[in-house]
Design a binder for this molecule. Structure first.
Ligand SMILES: NC(=O)c1ccc[n+]([C@@H]2O[C@H](COP(=O)([O-])OP(=O)(O)OC[C@H]3O[C@@H](n4cnc5c(N)ncnc54)[C@H](OP(=O)(O)O)[C@@H]3O)[C@@H](O)[C@H]2O)c1
Length: 340
């Protein structure tokens, strides 16, 4: 394993406690190559990031790189990183919600990642669906389905079995809304430990953020920098750019860092767990260093609270299930689940 002069001691990276008492590192490394960064490049970044001091890696079967990352994890453990120092998350893809597919899909992930257990397994999206890798925004699946709570619970029961079997330590959700989470919290035998959700200064989701905290669920924030390299299908003309916001830019100048680092410091100071993607050593190193440096001040946090633009970037259009719908239908904007 490479060693770095500025290596971060993983013990100094702050942790968040889950309701089970387990501690999860307060920052992770994202691994979605946005359809243009190769599995080998992502895996090389994971290897070097672990050498630098990262211990939390956010994976998913749909990212198409778990085999390559598995080789890296195996190598890191051979070189002395203990399994229990690592926090490895993966996610069930949308075309594997059928109950009989859930456990085999998780087993495949375990096999690919060369692990005996996952620290966290999430249902990636609450919509059973399929779209091909690299598809464009108008792509629709003929078998797309809306959220049907009864079916989601059948999938969730399989995740609960994975915990019972010791294959997964924690289970959680991703891309959920308050009304969907209320139903899950009512019916789950094993409560979700986290909810992975889009969170960056221009998309702060204050109601959902407060709801999950109030319910003992830790928020993991994806696209924490505003996903500047996201796929074409996730771009619209009204999207805003967090790292160009004058408040963020001015704060970055004062701290002598890139605006992306201010986004990371904001996330950690607020209490969500950011999982920035990066394959550029200077960038993933400064993101981890941000996690062990001074938090933002109350005044800086208050200034960033003012720049929320409610600008969702990952809108999920490809998961729509009917003609003439708009992406807002996926997100229960009026606090009720959009009917089928
Ligand atoms: N649950 C879900 O549905 C879901 C959805 C989307 C994403 N995610 C997860 O969240 C992760 C992160 O989200 P994301 O990839 O969409 O976006 P992101 O982390 O907001 O942005 C990543 C981009 O920011 C750049 N960057 C990172 N650190 C930087 C720094 N310090 N200075 C300058 N630029 C920097 C990276 O470029 P370089 O590579 O050059 O550093 C990369 O292009 C994903 O990889 C994935 O693991 C989950």
């Amino acid at each position: 394993m490479t060693t770095h002069p500025q290596q971060v001691d993983p013990n100094t990276v702050p942790k968040r406690q889950l309701y089970t008492g387990a501690n999860i590192p307060a920052i992770g490394l994202g691994t979605f190559g946005s359809d243009h960064v190769s599995p080998e490049q992502v895996a090389a970044a994971v290897a070097d990031a672990i050498a630098f001091g990262y211990r939390h890696i956010d994976c998913a079967s749909v990212y198409g790189n778990e085999k390559e990352i598995g080789r890296v994890l195996n190598n890191a453990m051979k070189q002395g990183v203990n399994r229990d120092e690592l926090w490895i998350t993966s996610k069930l893809w949308n075309d594997k919600h059928t109950p009989s597919d859930v456990i085999p899909s998780c087993m495949q992930t375990l096999d690919d990642l060369q692990l005996d257990y996952l620290d966290l397994y999430l249902i990636h999206w609450p919509f059973p669906n399929f779209h091909p890798v690299g598809c464009d925004v108008s792509s629709r699946s003929p078998d797309a389905k809306p959220y049907i709570h009864e079916n989601y619970m059948k999938t969730w029961r399989e995740l609960e079995k994975l915990v019972d079997q010791g294959l997964v330590r924690h289970i959680g959700t991703s891309n959920m809304t308050i009304p969907k989470l209320q139903l899950l919290l009512r019916d789950a035998r094993i409560k979700p430990a986290v909810n992975e959700m889009e969170l960056h200064p221009h998309f702060q989701q204050p109601e959902l953020f407060e709801f999950v905290i109030r319910n003992g669920i830790v928020p993991i924030g994806y696209s924490p920098i505003g996903s500047p390299a996201r796929p074409e299908r996730d771009r619209t003309s009204t999207d805003t750019v967090d790292t160009q916001d004058p408040v963020i830019v001015e704060m970055a100048k004062r701290h002598g860092v890139h605006p992306a680092v201010i986004c990371i410091k904001w996330a950690i100071t607020r209490g969500q767990i950011p999982i920035p993607f990066s394959t550029t050593p200077r960038n993933y190193q400064s993101n981890l260093l941000a996690a062990i440096s001074e938090p933002l001040t109350d005044a800086e946090m208050a200034a960033i609270a003012q720049i929320d633009r409610n600008c969702r970037l990952i809108k999920g259009q490809v998961f729509l299930w009917k003609e003439d719908q708009s992406w807002e239908d996926l997100w229960d904007m009026d606090d009720t689940i959009t009917p089928a």
